[in-house]
Design a protein around this ligand. Structure first.
Ligand SMILES: O=C(O)CCC(=O)C(=O)O
Ligand SMILES: [Fe+2]
Length: 222
């Protein structure tokens, strides 16, 4: 039986003002949010099929940028492909993230200027050790996002995202990487790690950035 070509028709959607209100409130009070019903399940299915596109050249992710870039499998083992609206599903995804950008700027004056994101595939047993996505004043990444694309993830499979408090390194939240779940957190404030899993793990990680000119520092080569 042929499966329907769902990836041809991912639905377009508008993020409700009430969802943006809740997201903004959570960022102000907690610094992070976990949202489960923002994305249409059909779009999530389409985004999962992006990983099978022949034009997506997955590279082993590294640490650092430009000349400082190194692959370090003892730190992270994911394989990534940058997202640039290669398909209707990717365009829809970026459209939703654009609505979140505008919605948060209107509510919190965050000055979010653009958004970069990549598909991330963690082979079985791989992980991403505890890290910060941005260091104060040294990066233009201000808000991290992760959208999970894993259907029927059971709680014994591992692969959780663990968020820690910056002050005392206590576990703040363990997030199961379930399809459709979006995690948003302030990039400078939460050390986090991805635990190894007994199955392949699919997600889209992204970062809202402020304009480097207004941040005062050019995105550093690291
Ligand atoms: O996939 C996740 O849960 C988090 C990924 C992450 O921390 C990163 O790519 O910087
Ligand atoms: Fe991260």
């Amino acid at each position: 039986m042929r499966l329907p070509q769902i990836d041809q028709h991912p639905p377009d959607s508008t993020v409700a003002e009430s969802v943006l209100d809740q997201l903004a409130d959570a960022l102000v009070s907690e610094g992070y949010a976990v949202v489960d019903d923002l994305f249409d399940p059909l779009l999530i299915q389409s985004l999962r099929t992006e990983f099978d596109r022949p034009d997506c050249q997955f590279k082993t992710a590294g640490i650092g940028r430009d000349q400082a870039f190194t692959v370090a499998r003892d730190i992270r083992g994911d394989r990534i492909c940058w997202l640039e609206g290669q398909s209707l599903a990717a365009t829809r995804f970026l459209g939703i993230m654009g609505q979140i950008q505008i919605g948060l700027n209107q509510r919190l004056f965050m000055g979010l200027f653009d958004y970069e994101s990549h598909l991330a595939f963690y082979p079985v047993g791989t992980f991403y050790k505890k890290h910060l996505d941005a260091f104060k004043g040294r990066s233009n990444r201000v808000l991290s996002t992760v959208l999970y694309l894993n259907t029927q993830w059971d709680c014994y499979a591992g692969g959780e995202l663990v968020l820690y408090t910056r002050a005392d390194d206590a576990v703040l939240q363990r997030v199961v990487p379930l399809a459709g779940r979006l995690v948003v957190f302030l990039s400078e404030d939460f050390p986090h790690e991805v635990l190894p899993a007994t199955r392949e793990r699919y997600s889209i990680a992204g970062w809202f950035r402020v304009n480097t000119n207004t941040a005062g520092v050019v995105d550093p080569p690291e």
